[in-house]
Ligand binder design. Sequence first.
Ligand code: BG6
Length: 473
Amino acid sequence: MHDTLLLFGATGDLAQRYLFPSLLHLLRDRLLPERFRIVAVGRTDYDDTGFRDWLRGRIDDGDARNREALEDVLGRIRYHPLDLRDADAIAAALARYADRPSVSYLSTPPDLFAPACRGLKAAGLLEDPSRLVLEKPIGHDLASAREINATLKASLDESRIFRIDHYLGKAPVQNLLALRFGNTLLEAVWQHRWIESVDIVVAETAGVDGREGYYAGYGALRDMVQNHMLQLLALIAMEPPASLDADSVRDEKRKVLRALRPMTAADAGRDSVRGRYGDGVVDGEAVKGFRHEREVETFVALRAWIDNWRWAGVPFRLMTGKRMPARATEVVVSFRPVSHWLFERPSRDRAAPNRLRMRLQPQETIELGLMGSLAAPEWGATELQPMSLDLTMSPTPKRRIAYERLMIDALKGDQTLFVRDDEVEAAWRWIDSVSDAWAEAGTPIEDYPAGSWGPASAAPFLPNVISGNGKRR
Ligand code: BG6
């Protein structure tokens, strides 16, 4: 395992909220090497002590069990104020850390990737076996993603580039693979013949809050669908890989992403809805709507089609939105009705189809909806009712921050949970088709009140998530 981490963007929001707390937990649990050191790089002009004091105030969670680890993390940090556009300054300040193989983690806007790479290369920090970790977004469309990937490859080989999608670091997301490929029961019916539709929902109560500048250039389509939601879709829809090694899994995900049918302007009206939250109430609190001079959506509902043998004709409905009434990340797989209905009660049209509902956040639960007569009186045994097989773990397991897992994997050199260049590009190709279709069709951005499930026109995209009375199923 490499034992030098260079963290660029060390004073940024992500570093404070997730990256340093993850390092703290890993050190507390003795999962990092003895000689582990952290080189923090940011724009603010601190010396080592100044940075440590600033960081202490941000990551001290008041938990006495973490006190020792907190001082341990801080003690391992050297801080360098640097402008990442200045390759010479990077090389002069950081070349001393090229004495050991390292991982450089760019938690910075994508326009800094290229200059930072030049500086790191000049410092000798990208020599084999050192590695580079990048945060999303990798560009804002296919052309810019290709440009970034080409720049990266001029400095180091793909086998040492780790593109983060933090959803892949979440244990419940990995459980999707475990469920699919660890159970004959599911894999046997995992295809168009038995499955009618798939819903993938990522609803957030949070708003854009303080990230207006970034968000206005991206919107929900580029911020959430291009990466997290298409990664979920790929894990659900991919063919079984021959093994769990990085390239076997990523080859299969890429095939799915490439099989996504591009959206056309003619499809846009039927297969998509865009929304933007206005003033409203979330969690009992009044919140302001999102306003920006750039017209951008905070909600999107899409119907995606995977044109391959397994999924022909099965709609994948994707919905994500900010300022929704509840935080919910879930996947709902709805099966086709049985071919012949034997029962008088209920009538065929009132029978609920089998449905597998996998809730990933905030709680992890798995429910399988079946029909049965368990609850009927003995003499009415042929009266069927919907029943739910509930596979909730109690208590819900306490999960690590996704970044803890990803940090460990990057330090060890395991790329399985990182996104490869061709996957990123395939995802952008589809996203570009949606955004071009919207532009050509003039798809409007419809307002919805904060605290609602998006514009009314999105209701047909959510039949398995929200019931007719507006309540969550
Ligand atoms: C980020 C997006 O990648 O994911 C944010 O930029 C979003 O807009 C976040 O809020 C959601 O992540 P999680 O882990 O809270 O579901």
